[in-house]
Design a protein around this ligand. Structure first.
Ligand code: UDP
Length: 328
């Protein structure tokens, strides 16, 4: 297969590239390096089956011809993180919504056979039901969640109207090596691993009893590949989760070290937990990496976070000012 990966230099994207090359596919990457890093694909630099194009997905004219002859598209390019989405909503809309439409139009023009959209479990906001099924009410809490959900809606409309073969995967708390750490205050693993390297206490939010459906990145990619292979399953939305939910205290226990507590953040759920019965039933997919194994892999790769920003309670308070201001 010829597979195009948008955001292929990013965290999840680079793992998708690893897997697709390993499976013998030809891979084309489009990435504007806004949060991705060319270093994430350095280990493939001599692989003739990979080509990397530095471009923005919002530049339809520039990217469109790259979709010629492509079988599958994994659309993983997006701006992530909550805080900057509150500060710069237009930028998020442009990348995550307009960018998605550009990708859909390029796919339509070139009759791409299969499109996998990376959606986010953040569309559920603070749900009533755990584990949370795909049918739960949409309750976006911040612009990032809205833009990822709108991207999914557009995918589903393109699927209906233009009869394209598209599946949306709602990822739950993805973690793994190369989890983004640059710049903004973001996902917990990047924050905690940098704190561990610097012998600083972990900044645990609230009482640490809140739980997350931490899903290892290779399982996420495996779910996408499984979905891509199934031409007969189009127009569906699937939760992709680990099958369980783990507290921050449990994570700290596995990482080992001291704790300092910081205030609970407004708008964040006490639990994320995917109901994965749909993906299991329709695609026969199940996660493979346990939380304990996943955390061990993170610790084995901890050097990656050496240059990551070190967050401390006062810098977190400063960085999340707008979060508390607008979502409280
Ligand atoms: N978290 C924490 N300390 C931090 C950052 C995050 O205790 O410095 C917790 C946070 O309360 C949440 C979990 O880690 O329960 C995952 O947070 P993240 O921002 O990675 O994901 P999200 O909240 O969007 O699910």
């Amino acid at each position: 297969m010829k597979v195009l990966v948008t955001g292929g230099c990013g965290f999840i994207g680079s793992h998708a590239v690893d897997r697709l090359l390993q499976d013998g596919h030809e891979v084309i990457v489009i990435d504007n390096l806004s949060s991705g890093n060319a270093r994430n694909l350095e280990h493939h630099k001599d692989n003739k089956k990979l080509s990397v194009h530095i471009a923005s997905i919002t530049d339809l004219e520039k990217i469109e011809s790259l979709f010629n002859g492509v079988d599958w598209v994994f659309h993983l390019a997006a701006l992530a993180d909550i805080v900057p989405s509150i500060e710069r909503p237009m930028q998020y809309h442009n990348s995550n919504v307009n960018g998605t439409i550009c990708v859909l139009e390029a796919c339509r023009k070139h009759n791409v056979k299969r499109i996998i959209y990376s959606a986010s479990s953040s569309c559920f906001g603070i749900p009533d039901t755990f584990p949370t099924p795909e049918t739960a009410e949409i309750r976006c809490q911040y612009p990032y969640a809205v833009t990822k959900y709108l991207g999914e809606e557009y995918c589903m409309y393109w699927e209906q109207i233009y009869k394209m073969n598209i599946t949306s995967m709602r990822f739950f708390n993805v973690y793994g090596p190369r989890a983004r750490t640059a710049g903004t205050y973001g996902a917990v693993f990047g924050v905690f691993l940098a704190q561990k390297l610097n012998n600083k206490p972990y900044t645990v939010v609230g009482d640490g009893k809140q739980t997350r459906d931490f899903t290892f990145v290779t399982d996420i990619v495996d779910a996408c590949v499984t979905a891509a292979k199934r031409n007969d399953v189009s127009g569906h939305v699937f939760n992709v989760g680990s099958g369980n939910t783990y507290s921050i205290n449990k994570l700290v226990g596995l990482l080992g070290g001291e704790i300092t507590y910081i205030p609970k953040r407004p708008g964040e759920p006490d639990c994320t937990f995917a109901d994965t019965s749909k993906i299991s039933k329709l695609l026969g997919w199940k996660p493979k990496v346990s939380f304990e194994e996943g955390v061990k892999i993170m610790l084995d790769n901890i050097d990656y976070w050496r240059e990551a920003p070190l967050w401390e309670p006062h810098t977190i308070a400063e960085a999340t000012k707008d979060w508390f201001k607008y979502l409280a």
